[in-house]
Design a protein around this ligand. Structure first.
Ligand code: TYD
Ligand code: MG
Length: 455
């Protein structure tokens, strides 16, 4: 018998190496190489040119395709992130840090789908059934029709799923499942890949919606190669800051709906509760306008979201002043500081700069540029923006403002929450501004001069 050739794969980028090395040549990651046995026992010896395959049936693009039927859980925050409900025969990966609440969320989701007459199986590879049952009791879900199993052997899981044919199967987690066809430990690259592959093909063959739970590595990647993210239809991240109660379910990939959609939850003593109006929550602890604090009118997915951006500027004792960011991109902060200095002459040399998005949410939108610039200016000049003002706008390297999309939605949300004025780029399609006073600025120099009276 031919011994399968062992190879080494990088857990970060999936690059294949012949030998083990301390550092991956592909992505430069340290200590990420793991031994693995290839999935197939070897390639076919026939060349692709000589041995002909089956001829494929080709169709046209205009064939009528009904939209996929969807099942809603009734948890609105969850259904929206799924793009309007769960699609049969789909595979979803829910990633997140350990302890963030993935099992809690999925147990609640399982019960919600079961309450809609879906047949749901929850397989836990991490907890005993008694533990899951105890959690269900705590969540008030003890009467739910969800079927439960504690199992890590993938073969047994697949056999059971095939016999039961559930509408939804939740596998918690992909790292604890173990395929006996692969000769490495659970959680290794090849195991995770094999498990995800088997379960996604099961979903396609039997029409079951499969949800895989995955733990995220320190670097924020789902442990195992990115390959798993490519295999599934939908990738959701469950995120939140420790010390804050709220959690955000974010879709980063969705073959059946919009990506970048978020659902907001609050972790309470009785499980996760939906947060129907997140802006209210993120601004909840805000008091009167203070220097360095600016309210950014953002968009997350299809929804407007107001968040407070805080900056602190203080004389530095260090030869290289500190630049610290929480909830925003550090590179982008450096860019805004550089644009401020080069285009308006406001310098932050010799000053430590701290930037924080309040509440622990992460903002990724470039439309936050102007709000960040205003927070920095406001902190440096010790001057607060007028009360009731929201800010949005993208900044170009030339110091000019760029209009951003969905200005009207942003303004309406701000008006709804009692804001009365907005600082935004010229050229935004503001339409009906909801009664807000608009101050449209062409560039950063105008902001520095007219709004802060500096420079
Ligand atoms: P869990 O769902 O086990 O996290 P994960 O599966 O992502 O590892 O959630 C664990 C945390 O959630 C734990 O620290 C306790 C907290 N929690 C609550 O605050 N309230 C609850 O009702 C439940 C079930 C958990
Ligand atoms: Mg868990």
């Amino acid at each position: 018998m031919v011994k399968p050739v062992t190879q080494f794969a990088c857990a970060e980028c999936g690059a294949i190496h012949k030998k083990w090395t301390g550092r991956c040549d592909g992505c430069g990651a340290w200590n990420s190489i793991q031994e693995e046995v290839p999935l197939s026992s070897g390639p076919s010896k026939k060349s692709l040119g000589t041995a002909k395959g089956r001829r494929m049936a080709l169709t046209s693009l205009d064939a009528q395709e009904a939209p996929p039927p969807r099942t809603e859980s009734g948890i609105a925050e969850l259904d929206r992130v799924f793009g309007g409900g769960l699609v049969p025969a789909s595979a979803t990966l829910v990633g997140g840090d350990p302890g963030i609440g993935k099992s809690t969320l999925l147990l609640q989701a399982a019960a919600a789908f079961a309450a809609k007459d879906a047949k749901v199986i929850y397989v836990s590879g991490e907890e005993a059934t008694a533990q899951v049952r105890m959690r269900a009791q705590r969540l008030g879900l003890a009467g739910s029709a969800v079927k439960l199993a504690a199992e890590t052997n993938l073969r047994d899981v697949l056999t059971t799923l095939e016999a039961e044919k559930p509408d939804l199967a939740i596998i918690d987690s992909v790292q604890t499942m173990w395929a006996d066809t692969v000769d490495s430990a659970p959680g290794s690259v090849s195991q995770v890949r094999a498990v995800a592959h088997e379960l996604t093909s099961f979903a396609k063959r039997f029409g079951t919606a499969i949800v895989l739970v995955g733990h995220v590595t320190k670097e924020g990647q789902i442990a195992g190669p990115r390959v798993v993210e490519h295999m599934v239809d939908t990738v959701l991240y469950f995120e939140g800051e420790r010390g804050h109660q709220f959690r955000i379910l974010r879709s980063v990939k969705n073959r059946f709906g919009p990506a970048d959609e978020i659902g907001v939850f609050e972790m309470t003593g009785a499980g996760l509760q939906e947060v129907a109006n997140p802006s209210e929550m993120f601004l909840g602890e805000r008091d009167r306008p203070a220097p360095g604090s600016v309210v950014f009118a953002g968009i997350e997915g299809t929804r407007p979201l107001l968040v407070e951006i805080q900056a602190l500027v203080a004389p530095s004792q260090l030869s290289q002043p500190r630049r610290a960011v929480v909830g925003w991109d550090g590179g982008r902060l450096a860019m805004i500081l550089a644009v401020l200095e080069a285009r308006t002459g406001v310098t932050f040399a010799g000053l430590d700069v701290y930037l924080n998005v309040a509440g622990g949410i992460r903002v990724g939108e470039p439309a936050a540029d102007l709000a960040v610039a205003c927070a920095l200016l406001s902190a440096r000049e010790d001057a607060a923006l007028p009360e009731g003002t929201v800010v949005f706008g993208e900044l170009s390297l030339s110091g000019r403002m760029r209009p951003v999309s969905q200005a009207e939605t942003r303004l309406k949300e701000a008006a709804k929450l009692g804001f009365t004025a907005a600082l935004a780029p010229e050229g935004c399609k503001t339409g009906d501004a909801g009664g807000m006073t608009l101050r449209l600025v062409p560039d950063l120099t105008t902001v520095v001069g007219e709004v802060f009276g500096a420079a």
